[in-house]
Design a protein around this ligand. Structure first.
Ligand SMILES: O=c1ccn([C@H]2C[C@H](O)[C@@H](COP(=O)(O)O)O2)c(=O)[nH]1
Ligand code: ZN
Length: 195
């Protein structure tokens, strides 16, 4: 690293530590913390954290299913099915060879979250998902009993699959709503517990 870059990095770290110390000094440890994660941010962040497990080089999706008691009952991300090694199956989508396309193989985040469920059923559950579900996932969501979908990105809104998903959700009485986060970023600092 060039010396001035490392100096700037050190300066930024010192500033950050200074800020944290200042915050700790002003924090009243006899009162309830106010900067805790809201439930909704917690569930969406769980979906985003799951997405970090994805090996897809273009789009990483994560999904988190929550029951009526605010208990997480399923988490998933997009990845190759069991037994289909992600070093052997293709991650490419623009290919001359028809069967060398990831879309033929990848198991979608929503489906994985549904399959990974650790409760009897998903009746009246809510799914938090990074990207609006495709039509195949919409079918699985509807059939599973999930009643609400909270999504972050609708960047594929004009695609026919997304249009079909919305049509099915509306017909099946599944509500969907775009997520508005309380804060744009959530930082996880593994060192925090030592301070
Ligand atoms: O509902 C969905 C839709 C897509 N995915 C996954 C499937 C693929 O791994 C990527 C999409 O790849 P692109 O390169 O953006 O076409 O996202 C999903 O998990 N759930
Ligand atoms: Zn899908």
């Amino acid at each position: 690293m060039t010396p001035w870059i490392s100096d700037r990095k050190q300066l930024a770290m010192d500033n950050l530590n200074g800020l944290r110390d200042a915050l700790n000094e002003t924090r009243d440890i006899t009162k309830k913390r106010l900067d805790y994660l809201e439930w909704e941010d917690y569930f969406m962040a769980t979906a985003f954290l799951a997405a970090k497990r994805s090996k897809d080089p273009v789009t990483q999706v994560g999904a988190c299913i929550v029951n009526e008691d605010k208990i997480i009952v399923g988490v998933g991300y997009n990845g190759m099915p069991k037994g289909c090694h992600d070093d052997e199956f293709p991650w490419n989508k623009k290919t001359e060879v028809d069967n060398d396309n990831k879309h033929l193989y990848v198991c979608h985040a929503e489906l994985n979250a549904i399959i990974n469920k650790n409760s009897m059923n998903l009746k009246n559950c809510t799914m938090y998902v990074v990207l609006f579900p495709c039509n195949e996932c919409a079918k699985a969501i509807i059939q599973s009993g999930i009643k609400k979908v909270i999504y972050m990105s609708d960047k594929k809104a004009s695609k026919i699959k997304t249009v079909a998903s919305k049509r099915m959700f509306e017909a099946a009485g599944i509500s969907y709503q775009q997520f508005i986060p309380r804060s744009k970023k959530i930082l996880i600092d593994f060192d925090e517990i030592n301070n």
